[in-house]
Design a protein around this ligand. Structure first.
Ligand code: HEC
Length: 158
């Protein structure tokens, strides 16, 4: 009598396993190829003179620049944004108020700084990685955000 080990008995589960593995592999490769690190960022306002205008005006209405100077230490911004940082992780804040008007013209400085903080991937400063912390929009209160923007708009920011 022949052994009961017939390929037709084994065949079905083997094909099922191979089939599932193929599907998983294909799905994995598809996900890998379509991965977009910026996909979850909130939609950016178009670059314009009026970008974020209302929001930024409201944030700055009662902002306290002196407190902003304290907050950039509290939140560790200066860990990366440090003048003369040896590893050149991020641009220093020195001269940012003037530079900010030139980053995304005609976007005003305040709007640019606002966007840089809440949606850092919308524009990545040339020569730097897209390494800025992505969730400051949820970490900072409106008051804190306003104070920081106000501070960065002062010529003394550093
Ligand atoms: C982990 C490092 C890191 C931390 C922490 C960090 N940033 Fe940044 N930031 C960057 C990098 C890198 C860039 C430049 C690339 C880019 O444009 O996203 C940048 C860009 C910016 C810019 C635009 C600067 C320019 O010259 O155009 C602003 C404004 C800014 N960050 C504000 C902040 C504030 C405010 C905080 C704290 C609440 C902060 N960053 C914390 C890494 C960091």
């Amino acid at each position: 009598m022949k052994p009961s080990l017939d390929w037709r008995n084994l065949g079905v589960p083997v094909y099922v396993v191979i089939g599932l593995l193929t599907v998983f592999a294909a799905f994995f490769i598809y996900e890998l190829l379509s991965y977009d690190p910026t996909a979850t960022a909130p939609a950016a306002d178009p670059v314009s003179e009026t970008a974020y205008a209302e929001r930024v005006a409201a944030l700055l209405a009662e902002a306290d620049a002196a407190n902003g100077a304290v907050l950039i230490e509290t939140y560790g911004c200066i860990a990366c944004h440090r003048l003369g940082a040896a590893n050149n992780v991020a641009p220093s804040y020195e001269g940012i108020a003037a530079r900010a008007t030139e980053r995304r013209p005609p976007m005003p400085a305040a709007a640019y700084i606002y966007e840089s903080i809440v949606n850092p991937s919308a524009y990545v400063v040339e020569g730097y990685p897209n390494a800025m912390i992505q969730n400051f929009a949820t970490q900072l209160s409106d008051r804190e955000l306003g104070d920081i923007i106000a501070y960065l708009l002062t010529p003394e920011a550093h």
